[in-house]
Design a protein around this ligand. Structure first.
Ligand code: ADP
Ligand code: ZN
Length: 600
C-alpha cells in the first residue's frame, strides 16, 4: 500500500518487520508504542507517514548530535526536513521558522529543551502539527538506563494536543519501561509492537583471552576494509590498544571520558566519515553512534552487563549486513570486576552488579548457543540454535562431564531443592561450615563426593547446568536451586552432559580458530575492484557535500551495485537503497564509474 513511497523516497523494495503495520496505524491516526532493536528501521516508521500525512510531523529526540545527520539524510532522499535545537544561531532559527510558517517543512526534529521553553507549546499550535514521534522513548523512564529528567516535558504533550497522534519508539524497553512510556505520554489504546530482539546479522563469538592486544590486531588485520569499534574497560587500556594498532599500520583513534570534548567529536567524525578504520573506546562511546556500516565490535574486556553487551554489540550491522561481535574473556576480568564491585557503596548495588557479572560469565562459559542465551535474557525464546555463533559452530571443544553433573544434581535433590549455589557446592566439596552442620548435611550421601576438584570447577558445572536448563535459580525463594525435567534425565543417566572447554578451564589459553565472517562482502559475487572505486567516489562526494559517506549510500547499497553493475538509470533503480531522488542526485556520479569499470 505504501510501497510506492518506500521506493521513491528510500529506494527499498520491501518493508522490514512491523514497519508497514506501524505506518498504517499512524496513517489512521492511532497512537503507537514500538519497541524495536537498533537497526530495525524505526526512523522510516515516522518519516514515511510524516511525508504522506497532511501538515507537520514533529520528531522529538534527545540526540542533538544526530539531528543534523538525520535531517541531511532526509533531505538527500527528498524529504523536506529541518531541526531546531540549541546548536543553531538565531538567524538560522528564524529562517527555519519562516519556512515552517510557509509550510515548506514536513518533518521537524526538536530537542526536549526547546519544547520545555516557556510558551513553546503554544507556538507549536500555530504550526499545524498533525503527528508527534518520540524517539528514544525509554529516556522517559527511571527504570531505563538513560533516564533524562528533561524528557519529562513530554508528559505535557497530550494535554496540549489532545487529538494529535503520538508514536513512541525505543530500542530498549522492558515491560516496566513500556508501562512508564505509555503512562507518561498518555498514549490512548496504542498500536503495540514489541519486535524480536534477535539481530540475525550479528554473529557472536566469545574466545579465551590470552594476549588480548595481539588477538585484537590479528582480527583487524584480517578485515582491513571493515570499520569497527574496540571496547576496553579503562582509559589506559584504550591508549595502549590504540598504540598497538597504530604500530601495526591500522588507523585507530581513542575515545574516552578523559579526552577534551572537541577531540572526541573530531574522532567520532573521522570515524563516521570512514577516515579512520577503528575507534578504541570506553563505554563512553555509544549514544549517538549512527554509523550504519560498522562491521565488527570487539570487546577486549568483559562488559558490565548483558544489557550493555547487547547495546554495544548492537552498534554493528545497522545496515543489515553480516557483522562480527567478538569478545575476549579471561578469568582475570572477573577478579577485576569484583574489585570494582567491592568499591560500590550500597549492598543493593553490589548485589545487582554481582548478578550482572555472573550472568555474563555464564554467557561466556557455558555450552549453550550465545544468541539463545542473550535472547533468553530479554525474555525471548529462540527455537533451536542460531547456527552462527561460536558455540553453534562447534569451535569450542566439548568435554563430557555427566558424572560430575550427577554428583551435583543429586546434592540439589538430597538437599530438598532448598539451598542456593554456594551451599550446594559446599556439600559436594565436603566443606565444614556452620550451615552444613546446622542442616546435618555432612550426613548426606553426596557430601564430599567432589572434594577432588576445586570450588571453581563446581561453579562452572553449576553455570553449565543452569545455562543448559537442567537446574534453575528460583528467584521467588532466595535463589534456591531447583531441578528441571531435563536435569532429571541427566541424573538418571538417560542423557549425557557436555561442558565447554571454556568452562572446564575458565581461562584456557588454547583458542581454536573460529568461523568468522570472512569479510561481509564475500557473501555474494561482489566485484571487489569495482566496490573500491565506488567507495572512493562516495568518499569524494561526501566530502564535497559535507555529509558522512553512509548518508549518500550505505555499504550494502554499494556492494549491491558492485554485484549487479547497473549501467543505466533504470537499472540503478533496481538496487536496494536507490530511490528516485538519489538516482537523480547521484546517478551521474556512480553510473560512469560502473560503465568505465565494465568497459575495461
Ligand atoms: P533504528 O533507528 O531502528 O536503529 P534506522 O531507522 O536507523 O534504525 O535504520 C537502520 C538502517 O536500515 C538504515 O540504514 C535504514 O535506511 C535501513 N532501512 C530501514 N528500513 C529499511 C527497509 N525497509 N529496507 C531496507 N533498509 C531499510
Ligand atoms: Zn548459536
Amino acid at each position: 500500500m505504501y510501497k510506492k513511497h518506500l521506493k521513491t523516497y528510500f529506494g527499498y523494495d520491501s518493508f522490514r518487520d512491523n514497519q508497514e503495520e506501524i505506518i498504517r496505524a499512524v496513517m489512521e491516526g492511532r497512537d503507537v508504542f514500538a519497541s524495536m532493536p537498533t537497526g530495525g528501521g524505526k526512523s522510516l516508521c515516522y518519516q514515511l507517514p510524516g511525508l504522506m500525512r497532511e501538515g507537520l510531523t514533529v520528531v522529538i529526540s534527545p540526540l542533538i548530535a544526530l539531528m543534523k545527520d538525520q535531517v541531511d539524510d532526509g533531505l538527500s532522499r527528498g524529504i523536506p526536513a529541518a531541526f531546531l535545537n540549541s546548536t543553531l544561531e538565531s538567524d538560522e532559527t528564524a529562517e527555519i521558522y519562516s519556512r515552517l510558517y510557509r509550510k515548506q517543512i514536513k518533518l521537524l526534529y526538536l530537542s526536549p529543551e526547546r519544547l520545555a521553553a516557556e510558551g513553546y507549546m503554544d507556538r507549536l499550535k500555530e504550526l499545524n502539527v498533525t503527528f508527534f514521534a518520540v524517539d528514544e522513548a525509554h529516556c522517559l523512564s527511571e527504570w531505563g538506563h538513560d533516564f533524562r529528567p528533561d524528557y519529562l516535558v513530554l508528559s505535557r504533550l497530550r494535554e496540549n494536543f489532545p487529538d494529535i497522534p503520538i508514536a513512541a519508539f525505543t530500542a530498549t524497553a522492558t515491560h516496566r519501561v513500556q508501562e512508564d512510556i505509555t503512562r507518561i505520554l498518555c498514549l490512548k489504546d496504542p498500536f503495540m509492537v514489541r519486535a524480536s530482539f534477535n539481530r540475525k546479522e550479528l554473529a557472536y563469538h566469545i574466545k579465551p583471552k590470552t594476549e588480548v592486544l595481539a588477538q585484537i590486531s590479528s582480527y583487524i588485520k584480517d578485515h582491513p576494509r571493515d570499520a569497527g569499534i574496540v571496547y576496553r574497560l579503562s582509559r589506559k587500556d584504550v591508549e595502549k590498544t590504540v598504540d598497538h594498532l597504530r604500530n601495526r599500520g591500522i588507523k585507530a583513534l581513542p575515545y574516552h571520558a578523559g579526552m577534551k570534548n572537541e577531540d572526541r567529536t573530531l574522532h567520532q567524525e573521522l570515524f563516521n566519515n570512514d577516515e579512520v578504520q577503528v575507534i578504541v573506546a570506553t563505554t563512553a562511546f555509544g549514544m549517538g553512534v549512527d554509523k550504519s556500516n560498522i562491521r565488527f565490535v570487539i570487546h577486549g574486556d568483559l562488559p558490565k552487563s548483558m544489557e550493555a553487551y547487547y547495546q554495544e554489540t548492537g552498534r554493528a550491522g545497522r545496515d543489515g549486513m553480516d557483522s562480527d561481535c567478538l569478545l575476549f574473556f579471561g578469568t582475570g576480568d572477573i577478579v577485576r570486576q569484583k574489585y570494582f564491585i567491592d568499591q560500590l557503596d550500597s549492598s543493593e548495588e553490589q548485589q545487582k552488579s554481582t548478578d550482572n557479572l555472573n550472568r555474563l560469565v555464564r554467557l561466556c562459559t557455558v555450552n549453550v548457543c550465545r544468541r539463545k542465551q542473550i535472547l533468553a535474557h530479554f525474555g525471548e525464546e529462540l527455537e533451536g540454535n542460531c547456527g552462527s555463533c561460536d558455540v553453534c559452530n562447534d569451535t569450542t571443544e566439548k568435554i563430557e562431564a555427566t558424572v560430575d553433573a550427577q554428583k551435583l544434581l543429586s546434592a540439589v535433590l538430597r538437599a530438598k531443592e532448598g539451598f542456593g549455589i554456594t551451599h550446594i557446592i559446599d556439600i559436594v566439596c565436603g566443606a565444614d561450615t556452620a550451615k552444613i552442620r546446622d542442616n546435618r548435611h555432612q550426613e548426606l550421601k553426596t557430601y564430599g563426593v567432589g572434594k577432588d576438584k576445586s570450588k571453581k570447577w563446581w561453579r562452572g558445572i553449576v553455570d553449565e547446568l543452569i545455562g543448559q536448563e537442567m537446574i534453575y535459580q528460583d528467584t521467588n525463594r532466595y535463589n534456591v536451586l531447583k531441578m528441571t525435567d531435563k536435569g532429571r534425565k541427566v541424573l538418571f543417566g538417560e542423557e549425557t552432559f557436555f561442558i565447554s572447554d571454556a568452562t572446564a578451564s575458565r581461562d584456557s589459553s588454547t583458542g581454536k580458530d573460529s568461523l568468522f565472517r570472512r569479510t561481509a562482502l564475500d557473501a555474494g559475487p561482489v566485484d571487489e575492484g569495482l566496490l573500491l572505486k565506488l567507495k572512493d567516489a562516495r568518499k569524494e562526494l561526501a566530502r564535497e557535500k559535507h555529509v558522512p559517506p553512509y548518508i549518500i549510500f550505505s555499504d550494502k547499497t554499494l556492494a549491491e551495485m558492485a554485484r549487479l553493475k547497473p549501467e543505466t538509470g533504470s537499472e540503478l533503480l533496481e538496487v536496494s537503497g536507490v530511490g528516485e531522488k538519489k538516482l537523480e542526485a547521484y546517478g551521474e556520479v556512480f553510473l560512469p564509474v560502473i560503465r568505465e569499470f565494465v568497459s575495461e
